[in-house]
Ligand binder design. Structure first.
Ligand SMILES: Nc1ncnc2c1ncn2[C@@H]1O[C@H](COP(=O)(O)OP(=O)(O)OP(=O)(O)O)[C@@H](O)[C@H]1O
Length: 227
């Protein structure tokens, strides 16, 4: 395979590219960060508390404009887009999973999923509900669900809109080990089946090392840890 062919193939499979990202609040948090995400790839970001992992994820996922640098999705710098175009990418192409789930309380699990599928014009995916082991609770009210069930419901809701990139900040932080494995397996299966990518922020090194690449945010920079 020629070098040019390899380069073109890699470029075609690039989902997201962050170039020379630096961010300051009233002090410097990180600088000159470069990272690329490809189709079917999972990347973990680890680092001590306060090193800036969540802030970096916010920058990558369209929620926070960096002080310096570009975040390129589909050949466009997302922070140079008009607000409506940025919102469209966030709504249609990015799936952002936080530890705190933003479900509509007062509605049933099924209604929460229905809203997501209506907005994205996708169908309810029963296989996904089975994979996340929540198919038996979808007629219950959100308020009746355990924290772990709510987290899995919110992940199902995000995956049903078929995002191209999943950004997950400690998605299994409040789950027991078995449930955490169910959730992570669903995310890994999803990116392989839908040519999507995953960027995961986690404190849990076991979890991080299940990803294709692991980066550590430390001393203002991001360094790949060779497994
Ligand atoms: N909007 C903000 N304004 C000012 N400072 C902020 C803001 N958001 C985060 N910070 C600060 O930036 C630093 C990094 O925070 P961040 O949440 O990114 O770290 P983290 O590595 O994800 O930490 P943890 O592992 O504890 O979640 C912290 O000192 C935090 O207080």
């Amino acid at each position: 395979m020629s070098e040019n062919f390899k380069k073109d193939t890699l470029l075609a499979s690039t989902l997201l590219e962050a170039k020379n990202i630096s961010h300051n609040f009233d002090y410097e948090l990180f600088k000159n960060i470069n990272i690329s995400l490809h189709k079917k790839e999972s990347i973990a970001i680890i680092g001590t508390s306060g090193s800036g992992k969540s802030t970096l994820l916010n920058v990558l996922s369209s929620l926070l404009k960096p002080t310096i640098g570009n975040v390129v999705f589909q050949s466009k710098d997302i922070y140079k887009l008009k607000q409506n175009d940025l919102l469209k990418i966030r709504r249609d192409d990015f799936g952002i999973i936080f530890q705190a789930h933003y479900l509509f309380r007062g509605f049933s699990a099924f209604e929460n999923l229905q809203i997501a599928t209506l907005l994205s014009k996708n169908n309810l995916d029963n296989d996904l509900l089975k994979a996340l082991n929540i198919e038996h609770i979808i007629n219950q009210g959100v308020g009746e669900l355990s924290g772990g069930q709510q987290q899995r419901l919110s992940i199902a809701r995000i995956l049903m809109k078929k995002p191209k990139i999943i950004f997950a900040d400690e998605p299994t932080g409040n789950l027991d080990k078995d449930t955490a494995n169910i959730v992570m397996d669903s995310l890994f299966d999803y990116i392989k089946n839908y040519d999507a990518g995953l960027i995961l922020v986690t404190h849990e090194h076991d979890l991080a090392f299940k990803c294709d690449k692991v980066y550590k945010l430390e001393d203002f920079s991001l360094r790949e840890i060779i497994k």
